[in-house]
Design a protein around this ligand. Structure first.
Ligand code: SF4
Ligand code: SF4
Length: 327
């Protein structure tokens, strides 16, 4: 990024970065970091843009529908206030106003940043599924940066397509998203005397950053997740307290489990390790059968050994020792 900014002769405070929705970017607080460096992040996904305009209390509530807890009236208020408009509380005018604003900002940016759905290691290609068409715009910037967890690696592009289809089916009930983009290198042409030129319509440079961030330590079952979000739909705890059950944009029991590896046992307790009822509904509704309740039981065992149990649990244990009864 620094190299591109230097070449562009643009003041750092005027650098716009077009960003697509990504749990991995949220995991590492990429937007916050880049904003602290003076750059301006433009969320291009409509739900994420609404949350960005909302400013406070703007955590996503679902991996594919980040603003699905807000009513159209809430959203109209947010958009009208932040963009100084007077739109009615109707989806279409809101969408059109946000689209126009975001397209203007994307025009100003020469850097795009995104996550990915999966990476084909042998083919050296990256697959991204989306419905809005925004990722095509993000990846057309001069520098396209892709940040992906190492758990996104699969052998071949055919595996990426299978994962993309599976995630789409379990996230939306549809067999395919409107767009499936595969990036296997920069935009290029050799149409003039076979001279290779880059940056015809898409990126001149594609940078892929593979992120471990504790994943190598995780139970391998924790990394099976393809991010469809179907588990939280049936989770009784998520349905009671929403995104308070989970960590960052990794919601529900699987998110709680991942917080142990992305952060530590204390964070997993704070994210809801002891809230899970171990009902197993998440596994029943998971396309890859992530055994979340088993992982959570194992992690509870770890936290007990570290002395991180809840005060109420400590009391029960003492009562059993002293009186032979939990009460
Ligand atoms: S096992 Fe835990 S995380 Fe899974 S659905 Fe039940 S309460 Fe939710
Ligand atoms: S744990 Fe399963 S159901 Fe939940 S988001 Fe991951 S793949 Fe989807």
């Amino acid at each position: 990024i620094n190299e591109e900014i230097e070449k562009s002769n643009i003041d750092r405070n005027e650098v716009y970065i077009a960003k697509s929705k990504s749990n991995t970017l949220r995991e590492i607080d990429a937007s916050q970091f880049l904003e602290e460096q003076g750059m301006i992040i433009v969320e291009t996904d409509l739900g994420d843009r609404i949350l960005q305009l909302k400013k406070d209390d703007n955590s996503p509530v679902h991996p594919t529908g980040p603003a699905s807890h807000l009513t159209v009236h809430d959203i109209a208020d947010i958009v009208n206030e932040s963009m100084n408009l007077d739109l009615p509380a109707e989806p279409k005018p809101i969408m059109e106003a946000v689209r126009e604003d975001v397209l203007n900002l994307i025009d100003k940016s020469f850097i795009g940043i995104s996550g990915t759905n999966s990476i084909a290691a042998e083919d050296g290609a990256i697959l991204m599924v989306h419905n809005e068409g925004n990722i095509s715009l993000v990846q057309s910037k001069k520098l396209h940066i892709i940040v992906a967890g190492i758990d996104k690696l699969v052998p071949m592009i055919e595996d990426c397509v299978s994962i993309g289809k599976l995630e789409t089916a379990f996230a939306t009930g549809k067999p395919l998203t409107s767009y499936i983009n595969i990036v296997a290198g920069p935009s290029k042409t050799a149409d003039i005397e076979k001279k290779l030129l880059k940056n015809m319509y898409g990126a001149e440079k594609v940078a892929v950053i593979l992120l471990d961030n504790g994943r190598k330590e995780a139970f391998k079952e924790c990394l099976w997740c393809i991010g469809c979000g179907n588990c939280i739909v049936s989770c009784p705890v998520y349905n009671s307290i929403g995104n308070k059950f989970g960590f960052h944009s990794y919601l529900g029991g699987r998110g709680v489990a991942m917080s142990r590896y992305l952060k530590d046992n204390k964070v997993s307790v704070d994210s809801g390790l002891y809230m899970c009822t171990l009902c197993g509904l998440c596994t029943e509704n998971c396309p890859v059968l992530t055994p979340t309740s088993e992982i959570i039981e194992n992690l509870r065992n770890e936290t007990q050994k570290e002395g991180l149990s809840r005060e109420s649990h400590k009391k029960i244990r003492e009562n059993i020792k002293d009186k032979g009864s939990p009460y």
